[in-house]
Design a protein around this ligand. Structure first.
Ligand code: MN
Length: 173
């Protein structure tokens, strides 16, 4: 399978009324999405809240720019990380495809981004809480690293090098 045929993930850093990271996975032709207020961690001991949000069209994966005032999500968006991913649940005994993993509330993917690599799990929170709440956790593997903090040390766009502040200010370069 060539790189172009593989499904992608994208993480958009979004300075809306509160800053968050929109984690999106291409599944069956759409970007299934979660808003992660603190962004992903490469430390497998750290669980990050990931709130399921609306699916987005695939071509939104390239979007970087300003959502105008008055519109939902008004504020600057940059592409913080992106790349192909692999469904790790398909390699287990039950061999779940991505739609089945979502339905089961347990997604495991291998990311090949510029900032994030290796396995990440999205786990639907226990019943009784908010139905939209999931947890994003780094899987313990060779790419796990408790000392890295890419959200803090690599804050800018992988596409343009811009920060969310640059985009908010309308800077071209
Ligand atoms: Mn958002």
């Amino acid at each position: 399978m060539s790189a172009a045929d593989r499904p992608i993930f994208v993480i958009q850093k979004h300075a809306a009324s509160s800053l968050h990271y929109d984690f999106r996975l291409e599944i069956d032709g759409v970007l299934v999405s979660w808003a992660v207020p603190k962004g992903p961690s490469t430390d497998p001991r750290v669980k990050r809240l990931a709130v399921r949000t609306e699916d987005h069209p695939l071509d939104y994966a390239d979007f970087e720019g300003k959502i105008p005032k008055g519109e939902y999500g008004a504020g600057a968006v940059i592409v913080w990380d992106r790349g192909p991913y692999r469904n790790l649940m398909a390699e287990k005994k039950d061999a779940l495809d991505m739609a089945q993993s979502l339905e089961a509330g347990h997604v495991e993917v291998w990311l090949e981004g510029e900032k994030l690599q290796g396995g990440f799990a999205l786990i639907h929170a226990e019943p009784g809480g908010d139905e939209k709440n999931w947890l994003l956790v780094k899987i313990k593997d060779a790419e796990a690293d408790a000392r890295r903090n890419p959200v803090g040390t690599e804050p800018d766009s992988i596409l343009s090098g811009k920060s969310v502040k640059d985009v908010a200010a309308g800077k071209d370069e």
